[in-house]
Write a protein that binds this ligand. Structure first.
Ligand code: UD1
Length: 416
């Protein structure tokens, strides 16, 4: 189990380029099974989750080559239809292969993904929608056996704009007979990236980024080359690292529109933010102002994936912040760890009340999940003394070389 050791109190400053978005890469890599051809994808971050996707693709019979942030997947010889159980256990998002494999292969077997660190995370919306498209799905002995000779396009109304379910249906619709319509679809930027990737290989998808997506089934797809969009959550995490250490940073390779809800909150906390073409500059205030209320919502609302990091920032504010977590239950495990570092936080169900304190102090804390782990790094950067973060494998699932990058930006951080 790796650890990070941080000596707090150093300003974050300088310039950093933001890499490709994990949440775009995962569905796009699943989509590479569709064309039975060559897929070249650039700006692939070095992450544990990407390693797992690579292993799944290889297990399915694809040939995969990865070098310097570019991955080449040849899915011509896809022969297997079973996703190895141990890989599904390591990454819940592997459920995204359901739609892609049903579309290309007509069958797929995957173990039922259990709960995870941030709550039970059901997949009922995925299964219901695929069944509406004609898939036969048997849930037996902890496995999902799915089959469909030919999927049919249909009109699907999602009860909740689930990101994963929207992506799974898009992938399933690519070769389906007729048109698939997804209503109350998720509107995240990563859904638009998936639409662009699919269309570049010859699919006919429209409406991504709005609440209604249409997928017209096609007969054939082609080879494709694609660049992944920058990671809005990684970008935002570096912005908070700068804000909490009273620093100044320039981020390169960002899409401002994707960051709007977060920039809005950072400005409310007193940060000065200047935006340029594909970059932005943040100058931290002398004292962080309390943001009255932070409510996580589906995009374009404030993202649940930035709830933990903003909570850390608010622990050092000049007042009281009320956070409401509307997307995942049980996503406050970082709060207890922050309290160990001197924060004043009370959690009651989906609500957390954060009262700013003058300082945090270094302690040994545990990362329970990806974003919560990142929040602890941010706390460590600002805390007095030394912080040890245990169980950093969660953080490595979503942040490429975070210790190396923060070191270059002025932090005293090392991995053990
Ligand atoms: C994706 C992101 C994750 C982010 C989340 C919400 C990826 C790889 N992961 O996860 O980083 O935190 O969106 O922005 O893109 N739900 C159901 N039934 C379902 C599916 C979802 O009830 O069948 C519920 C979930 O329990 C959760 C909510 O819907 O409460 C949102 O989940 P969803 O949007 O599906 O998140 P993921 O796609 O898993």
């Amino acid at each position: 189990m790796g650890k990070l050791i941080i000596d707090g109190g150093n300003r974050i400053g300088g310039e950093v380029r933001v890499g490709g978005a994990k949440n775009s890469v995962l569905p796009i890599l699943a989509a590479t099974v569709l064309n039975g051809g060559i897929n070249v994808v650039h700006d692939i971050p070095k992450l544990l989750d990407v390693d797992i996707m690579e292993k799944i693709l290889t297990a399915l019979g694809c040939s995969v080559k990865r070098e310097n942030g570019t991955i080449v997947v040849d899915s011509k010889d896809l022969t297997e239809h079973e996703i190895p159980e141990e890989l599904v256990r390591q990454m819940r998002s592997s459920i995204i292969f359901l739609g892609a494999m049903l579309s290309r292969f007509g069958k797929v077997k995957v173990s039922y993904p259990g709960g995870c660190e941030i709550g039970p995370r059901p997949i009922d919306l995925h299964l219901k929608s695929l069944r509406e498209m004609g898939a036969k799905i048997e849930e037996k002995h902890g496995f999902l056996n799915c089959e469909a000779t030919k999927l049919r396009g249909c009109d699907i109304q999602l009860d909740f704009p689930s990101v994963g379910a929207t992506e799974n249906i898009m992938l399933a619709g690519v070769f389906a007979e007729g048109t698939t319509i997804i209503r109350n679809a998720a509107r995240e930027p990563e859904i638009i990236d998936l639409e662009n990737f699919l269309n570049a290989m010859g699919a006919r998808v429209s409406g991504a980024g709005t609440a209604t997506i249409r997928v017209e089934g096609v007969e054939k797809l082609y080879d494709v080359e694609h660049n992944i969009i920058p990671d809005r959550i990684v970008a935002s995490t570096y912005l908070v690292a700068t804000a909490i250490t009273k620093g100044e940073i320039v981020l390169k390779n960002v899409i401002h529109e994707h960051l709007q809800s977060i920039l809005y909150k950072l400005r409310e906390s007193g940060c000065i933010i200047q935006t340029y073409n594909h970059s932005l500059k943040l100058i931290a205030p002398k004292k962080i102002k309390a943001i009255e209320s932070i409510r996580t919502l589906p995009y374009p609302g404030y993202p649940t994936d930035m709830q933990a990091q903003m909570m850390t920032l608010m622990t050092l504010s000049d007042g009281i912040t009320i956070i409401t977590e509307n997307i995942f239950e049980n996503r406050y495990k970082h709060a207890n760890e922050l309290v160990r570092m001197g924060a004043n936080i009370k959690v009651d169900g989906r609500i957390a009340v954060v009262k700013g304190v003058p300082k945090l102090s270094g302690a040994t804390v545990m990362a329970h999940d990806l974003r919560g782990g990142a929040a602890l790094i941010l706390a460590g950067l600002a805390a007095e003394g030394s912080t040890i973060i245990e169980n950093i494998k969660h953080i490595e699932r979503g942040y490429e070389n975070i210790d190396g990058i923060l070191s270059l930006l002025g932090a005293k951080i090392k991995k053990m």
